[in-house]
Design a protein around this ligand. Structure first.
Ligand SMILES: C[S@@+](CC[C@H](N)C(=O)[O-])C[C@H]1O[C@@H](n2cnc3c(N)ncnc32)[C@H](O)[C@@H]1O
Length: 184
């Protein structure tokens, strides 16, 4: 499959099941605890890539504050709907939810401080296209926080390294901090 073909979201039923599983699991494996490992700072521009139901989008938006911004991007219309509803409920005005059908987010290049790629890489059909887009988005000193959930760490590392665009700067369990190689 090439990156030009429109990306197909999972069926709505699967998305709803996934959301319920997260709801069940989150009190045990709390995303807030996970958030502490993510280098989020006030004022940052963040992309939550494959945001799903916004488990990280919402707390990230609170942390970056009104001077910062979180782009929540996903190929599933329900993800975008749920994130918009949650943002409205919490009066968070610094979230922009974007429905994708390709690897082009439409977000301005070299404008992003941090990309969250959490529990999403295993679902990406064309990882090279994804990493090219993330490289375009990041500022020179920008960084990706990736949680390679649902895949072997060795496979995730292999994918990152094969892009030739990034260096893994920190590895803790399935969590990685990934920096772009020199940008022009
Ligand atoms: C397992 S969920 C993880 C959601 C969220 N990151 C979390 O941890 O709560 C993966 C999400 O990635 C989305 N996704 C799959 N392929 C994508 C792509 N090419 N671009 C953007 N999102 C994608 C899916 O629709 C799904 O919502």
């Amino acid at each position: 499959m090439t990156s030009e073909k429109k990306l197909e979201p999972m069926p709505d039923f699967h998305f709803k099941c996934m959301t319920w599983l997260y709801k069940l699991a989150d009190p045990i494996w709390n995303p807030r605890r996970h958030l502490k490992k993510i280098p989020l700072k006030e004022g940052m521009v963040v992309v939550d890539y494959g945001c799903g139901p916004g488990r990280y989008t919402i707390p990230a938006a609170r942390l970056v504050g009104t001077q910062g911004k979180v782009f929540a991007v996903d190929i599933h219309p329900l993800a975008i709907k749920v994130v918009k509803e949650k943002a409205a409920r919490e009066s968070l005005t610094n979230i922009e939810a974007i429905l994708l059908d390709s690897y082009n987010t439409g977000i301005k290049g070299s404008s992003v401080d941090l990309i969250l790629l959490i529990d999403a890489l295993h679902m990406i059909k064309d990882p090279h296209a994804l990493f090219r887009e993330m490289h375009r988005l990041l500022k020179k000193n920008g960084i990706i926080f990736m949680d390679a959930e649902h895949m072997k760490v060795s496979r995730a590392m292999e994918i990152v390294e094969s892009t030739g665009l990034f260096t893994i700067v920190e590895l803790r369990g399935k969590d990685m901090l990934i920096a772009p190689k020199t940008k022009q």
